[in-house]
Design a protein around this ligand. Structure first.
Ligand SMILES: C[S@@+](CC[C@H](N)C(=O)[O-])C[C@H]1O[C@@H](n2cnc3c(N)ncnc32)[C@H](O)[C@@H]1O
Length: 275
């Protein structure tokens, strides 16, 4: 029997900040990779299209980038705006915008050197259309926000592992400290085909430097997030379809070259808009 999808408006929850660890400090590997890509393609004007509480946007602002941040969750937008106010940052625009209507929601902003949709945000979009029409639309919208030569930085959890092995890869990749323990998954099917998975884990409130994934200071609660069960190959082919078969692109595994990592926890993509 198909499992049921847990869709409790997860990003409007009042405890969202704590439950998703969006305020936790990022790993040096993630920061280094992101800054390296932006530097390589001479990016200055950035749109972060899933900004959450704004941690990555803040880092970029501190590094001197011109940053516009957007998110579909009013809770997240409010939080990021509060941070902006507390830190008295004037040159930071924070807007509510959905990937599916990004061009309209961000009307009048022009185009950017880079669009970021990172920290495995995009696969929070559950798309049951036969050929992933919502993903195609989101990718087209990201591309439409780029100037020619601009890049899309996007990533997602390794869902091949979830589909094939029935278990998510739990490696500490994005956060500075280990914050997630006891990770499990339950595949959800539609007509026998996997379309999503409920990923369940313990979010540790005060993560320590320990690398053994054991909660040492207390658990906030069990968190369940539904994620699209999209294969890496399908994700890549959709991006190629939108950006053009001959476009310039690069795929990374846990921020390293693909092939260097046996079973990555996440994949990162850099797609460049030519036209
Ligand atoms: C896993 S969180 C990551 C947030 C942030 N990048 C970070 O690392 O803290 C995913 C984010 O995507 C946003 N999101 C989910 N669906 C969205 C949509 N359709 N359009 C825009 N944002 C969306 C959520 O509100 C949430 O802030």
């Amino acid at each position: 029997m198909p499992g049921s999808l847990t869709l409790s408006n997860q990003f409007e929850d009042r405890d969202i900040i704590k439950r998703f660890g969006v305020k936790y400090e990022r790993s040096e590997r993630f920061k280094g990779w992101m800054l390296e890509q932006l530097d390589k393609y001479h990016c200055h004007r950035i749109l972060e299209a899933a900004c959450g509480a704004g941690v990555d946007s803040l880092l970029l602002l501190e590094k001197g980038f011109h940053v516009t941040s957007s998110d579909d969750s009013q809770q997240m937008v409010n939080y990021a705006r509060q941070v902006k106010e507390e830190k008295q940052i004037e040159n930071w625009e924070i807007l509510k915008a959905n990937w599916l209507s990004l061009r309209d929601d961000l009307h009048g902003l022009g185009t950017f050197d880079a669009v970021l949709c990172v920290s495995s945000s995009i696969i929070c979009l559950i798309d049951e259309t036969p050929d992933l029409a919502l993903y195609r639309q989101s990718f087209k919208n990201f591309k439409s926000m780029l100037k020619p030569g601009g890049i899309l930085l996007i990533d997602h959890r390794n869902m091949d592992a979830v589909i094939d092995q029935g278990k998510p890869v739990n490696k500490n990749v994005y956060f500075k400290h280990n914050s997630i323990a006891n990770m499990e998954s339950k595949l959800l099917t539609n007509g026998g085909n996997p379309f999503a998975a409920n990923i369940t884990y313990d979010m540790i409130q005060e993560p320590s430097d320990r690398q053994d994934s054991l909660p040492s200071k207390g658990i906030v609660e069990k968190v369940t997030i539904p994620l699209q069960a999209i294969r890496t190959q399908k994700f890549t082919s959709l991006l190629k379809e939108v950006f053009g078969e001959d476009c310039e692109y690069n795929i990374f595994a846990d921020f390293k070259s693909c092939g260097e990592v046996d079973i990555p926890a996440y994949y990162q993509y850099v797609f460049r808009k030519t036209t």
